[in-house]
Design a protein around this ligand. Structure first.
Ligand SMILES: Cc1cc2nc3c(=O)[nH]c(=O)nc-3n(C[C@H](O)[C@H](O)[C@H](O)COP(=O)(O)O)c2cc1C
Length: 333
């Protein structure tokens, strides 16, 4: 049966992936309370539709950091994509480029930044204990024309993911993962001062993993071009709120000084529209993309992006808005 929704792709991914890959893709940390709440919180939010608006022409296009994208959905940085499909990041990048949106490549990818040549690309930065390794990857991304550096700030250590521990998660032998995800690890000495170091590369710096107004304020003071409200898809500190429930607090603290993105729990176009109404410029999708990738490679990711775009378009119309800019705080409760 042809998949109609992200959840259809989720079921296909469940069938395709072995126990090892499933644990890594589907799992969260601790009791997985934040993981579940990311999805549940979207279901708690309700729309306030306005009627008798001319919605004969509806556009999903917007810009993020000045880059035009066809829909307010960006591909989140997700590690080890060859675990989900043999073509991994290369397949995802092609699908994102075809959909005319941005792909953010992980620092722990199964390809080097220089190997992705097409499309609008951002590079996600993990700062490894071997700083030279981080710097070499950033330099390669800058040289390859990536447009922004996304510093992930919620991983001084990996969260404790019990599904991974139970299956004894292992990167399959034939895969080579960039960086030191499971090696000597993350530089836990990182502080706000290191933002100045990252800004020296001359690209806009996006800070991913902001969960309070206080940290959003400090990020702006350090010149962040954007912040991503994110709890890492429920994979880091369990017990934090759903990202969508923190979004407004961050938007208020930022006061227009930076763009605000969010991720966590996006499974429907309606979720994207709720995030826009609460002040996000765009959202990132992690698992929704991975489900498509695991089920059908490039075509699966392309179809997930197409499904989300169609759902966003219809939600705009039924809500009485003709574009992302037309969605306001009054459209959700
Ligand atoms: C399997 C997997 C791997 C991930 N790898 C990374 C990563 O390498 N870097 C990063 O910043 N975030 C990583 N994330 C987090 C995503 O960027 C994103 O924050 C999260 O997936 C959003 O939640 P969602 O999966 O509900 O869309 C990963 C998430 C998953 C599910």
């Amino acid at each position: 049966m042809k998949p109609l929704s992200v959840m259809d792709y989720e079921r296909l991914a469940e069938q395709r992936l072995d126990a090892n890959a499933s644990a890594y893709v589907f799992g969260g940390s601790g009791d997985e309370i934040t993981l579940a709440d990311n999805v549940a919180a979207f279901q708690r939010r309700k729309f306030r539709p306005r009627v008798l608006v001319d919605v004969s022409q509806v556009s999903t296009a917007t810009t993020v950091l000045g880059t035009p994208i066809a829909l307010p959905v960006i591909v989140a940085p997700v590690a080890i994509q060859r675990l989900a499909h043999q073509l991994g990041e290369e397949a995802t990048a092609r699908a994102a480029a075809a959909a005319d949106t941005i792909m953010c490549l992980s620092s722990a990818a199964t390809c080097r930044p220089g190997e992705l040549r097409n499309g609008k690309r951002w590079f996600q930065v993990y700062v490894w204990n071997t700083r030279a390794k981080t710097e070499a990857a950033i330099e390669e991304a800058v040289a390859a024309g990536y447009a922004a550096l996304v510093l992930t700030v919620d991983v001084p250590y990996l969260g404790r993911r019990e599904r991974d521990i139970r299956v004894g998660f292992k990167v399959p032998e034939q895969l080579r993962v960039e960086g030191e995800l499971f090696g000597s690890g993350f530089d836990a000495t990182m502080t706000w001062r290191d933002i100045e170091w990252l800004r020296q590369y001359g690209l806009p710096v996006v800070i991913k993993g902001i969960m309070t107004g206080e940290d959003a304020e400090i990020a702006c003071e350090h010149g962040a071009a954007a912040v991503v409200v994110s709890n890492h898809g429920g994979r880091q500190l369990d017990g934090v709120p759903a990202s969508i429930d923190v979004l407004e607090e961050v938007v208020e603290a930022v006061r227009g000084r930076a763009e605000v993105l969010m991720d966590g729990g996006i499974r429907r176009g309606g979720d994207v529209v709720k995030a826009l109404a609460l002040g996000a410029r765009a959202v990132m999708i992690g698992r929704a993309m991975l489900y498509g990738l695991a089920a059908a490679g490039e075509a699966g990711v392309a179809d997930v992006l197409r499904i989300l775009q169609e759902e966003i378009r219809l939600t705009f119309a039924l809500l009485g808005s003709t574009s992302p800019a037309g969605v306001t705080r009054a459209h959700v409760r």
